[in-house]
Design a protein around this ligand. Sequence first.
Ligand code: ATR
Length: 273
Amino acid sequence: KDQYAVYGNPVKHSKSPQIHAAFAEQTGQQLHYRAHKVELERFAETAGQFFSHGGKGLNITVPFKLDAFEFADQLSGRARRAGAVNTLALQEDGSIYGDNTDGVGLVRDMHDNLGWELSGRRVLVLGAGGAVRGILGPLLKQGPAHVLVANRTVDKAQSLAAHFDSLGNIAGCSYDGLAGGQFDLIINGTSASMSGDLPPLPHHILSTEACAYDMMYGPEPTPFMRWAAGETAWAVSDGLGMLVEQAAESFCIWRGVRPDTKPVIELVRQSLS
Ligand code: ATR
C-alpha cells in the first residue's frame, strides 16, 4: 500500500488518520496513513527518510509548516504566498512538491458547506500568526469588500496586510481600533481559544447578517463562538469542516480523486465528544 503520514509535535490527537482512512474507504483507494511525532530539530531528516523509503505524501502540522516550506523542491503559488506548507507530495521525477491547502479548506467550508457568501463582504480576521497567513490568499480571492486583520501585536497585523495587499483591499489594526466598525464575517485565527481565552473584542461590531467562524474546534463551543452567539451573530461555526476540507484537498493532490467531505465531517464530529 502507498504510505502517507501527518508529521507534527504533538500529533497524538490528530484527526488526520481517521479522516484519510475514511476518504480511502469511500473512494476505494489503497493507502496507509499514520500520525508520526517528529523530534523538533529533525524534520528534514525524518521527511527525507520517509520519501527515500518510498513514502508518497505527508501532511504537516504545528510546528513544522515552515520546515516543510524549506524542504519542498517546488512550491504552489498559494504555498509561496502563505510562506508555509501543509502538504508534501512525491512527484514522478522524484522531486517533492509543497502546497498549502488550509486556505482553500476554510473557503470551501464557509462557502460550499455552510453556504456563507464571501464576495462583497466586510471581513474581520483575528490574529496575525502562521494560521492566518495560511488563509489570507484564498480568502482575498473570494472578492470580499475588504479584509481587516486585528492583532494584539499590531505590527504583525500591519506587515501581514502589506504582504497580501496586491491581492485585495486589506489592512491591519489593533483590537482597540475595531470599535465602531461593522463586519459581515469574522474569522478567529488566534490561538486564544486553546487556552480558553478570547481576544478583547468590542461590542456591536457584527452586522445583522454576520457570520462567525473559529478555525479551532472541540467538543464544546469555543469562547469566541460563545461571544459571537452573545452578539447575536446570524451563524456561527467551528473549524472542524476546515480540517476535513484541507484534508480532502491534500487527498486530491495525492490521489487525483476528490472525496465527499460531508459524511466525513459528521464522522469526525461524532468522535469529538
Ligand atoms: P499560529 O501559527 O497558530 O497562528 P502563532 O504564530 O503563535 O500561532 O500566532 C498566534 C496568534 O494568536 C497571534 O496572532 C497571537 O497574537 P500576538 O501576535 O499578539 O501574540 C494570537 N493570540 C494568542 N493568544 C491570544 C490571546 N489570548 N488573545 C489575543 N490573541 C492571542
